[in-house]
Design a binder for this molecule. Structure first.
Ligand SMILES: Cc1cc2nc3c(=O)[nH]c(=O)nc-3n(C[C@H](O)[C@H](O)[C@H](O)COP(=O)(O)OP(=O)(O)OC[C@H]3O[C@@H](n4cnc5c(N)ncnc54)[C@H](O)[C@@H]3O)c2cc1C
Length: 288
């Protein structure tokens, strides 16, 4: 089912992001975690597409499996990296023939070892160009990415929102955000997007901080601001993983509660293929 069909009846959606398991052991682990997460009856799930197209086959196989064998409403991520129009056409035809109706159109990051995104000579420079192409030849429901703390390459948030508007005008029907921890950033993004004439749903992307090592990784990867209070508390317990986990969970629950109270149209969880934290957040939110 197209995700936009869900929007007609579901005021809020709850969705999970997965990535294709890298080997047999991770696949077993993944199966156990998906089994657990299924009990939460997500509105839809999404599967990432690897940098440089490295795990493209596994992405497609997993999308097919989740959508057609497990019966989850599944969205495939797809990027412009190393993709000519012809390749995109072939890939999307495959997805279409396998009953996939939802596509997250992305530019993608440069492949490992490269620092600058290289446009394929017969491909696209931006997600908006990919969206326009897909829209002209296919009937997928299209999602796109949004950045509460602006995309790292954008000059400022205004420039990034101008690009976001192009993406929506080109055919993206909803947006999912990059992970963030400061809800004010999300509110500001939504406010400015509305002023720019972007009316579609902007679903916040949530990642619970469950380990001290994640802090450095997330701030480096996406230049994400972590509230001082959380940082200080984690810092003082950095040798106590259980305590760190609890601080992270308490913060994630209050972040989700606030977002829903502020009117967010759902929550999209970056599960990292794990289930424990997402299940605990759900159960706590349900208890009120
Ligand atoms: C929800 C989500 C899911 C993701 N999933 C994946 C995944 O599965 N695989 C993966 O490899 N990566 C994924 N990413 C990461 C994403 O590929 C990178 O952040 C990438 O650097 C940008 O992709 P984009 O689609 O946002 O690019 P774009 O929207 O094309 O933007 C890229 C940059 O160009 C600017 N820009 C955009 N359009 C224009 C224009 N017309 N003119 C001038 N400037 C413009 C933007 O402001 C931005 O700075 C995901 C990100 C998010 C938030």
């Amino acid at each position: 089912m197209k995700i936009t069909e869900l929007f007609k009846t579901d005021q809020r959606t709850y969705s999970f992001e997965f990535f294709p398991p890298k080997d047999e052991i991770s696949a077993v682990d993944f199966g156990i975690n998906v089994g657990t997460l299924l009990k939460l009856a997500p509105s839809f799930v999404t599967v990432t597409y690897g940098a440089g197209g490295s795990n493209q086959e596994r992405t497609f196989a997993l999308v097919d499996y989740l959508n057609n064998k497990i019966g989850l409403n599944t969205m495939a991520h797809y990027t412009c990296v190393n993709a000519s129009k012809e390749k995109i056409r072939t890939d999307l035809m495959w997805l279409k023939e396998h009953g996939i109706e939802n596509l997250m159109v992305l530019r993608g990051d440069p492949p490992k070892g490269e620092t600058v995104f290289k446009v394929h000579p017969e491909g696209f420079a931006y997600a908006s160009d990919l969206a326009a192409f897909v829209r002209s030849e296919f009937d997928f429901c299209l999602g796109g990415a949004a950045y509460p703390e602006k995309h790292p390459e954008a000059l400022d948030l205004d420039a990034d929102i101008a690009s976001l508007k192009k993406k929506v005008d080109a055919g993206c029907e909803f947006l999912m955000t990059q992970l963030f921890f400061n809800n004010e950033r999300y509110l500001e993004l939504v406010k400015r997007a509305r002023v720019a004439g972007i009316e579609c749903r902007i679903i916040p992307g949530i990642i619970p901080l469950t380990a001290y090592s994640q802090i450095e990784r997330f701030t480096r990867m996406s230049q994400t601001e972590i509230p001082e209070g959380v940082l200080d508390r984690m810092e003082s317990y950095k040798d106590q993983p259980q305590k760190i986990y609890q601080i992270g969970m308490d913060f994630a629950v209050s972040q989700c509660r606030d977002l829903l109270m502020m009117g967010a149209p759902g929550l999209h969880f970056y599960t990292l293929n794990k289930s424990r934290a997402t299940v605990e957040i759900f159960e706590t939110l349900q208890r009120g």
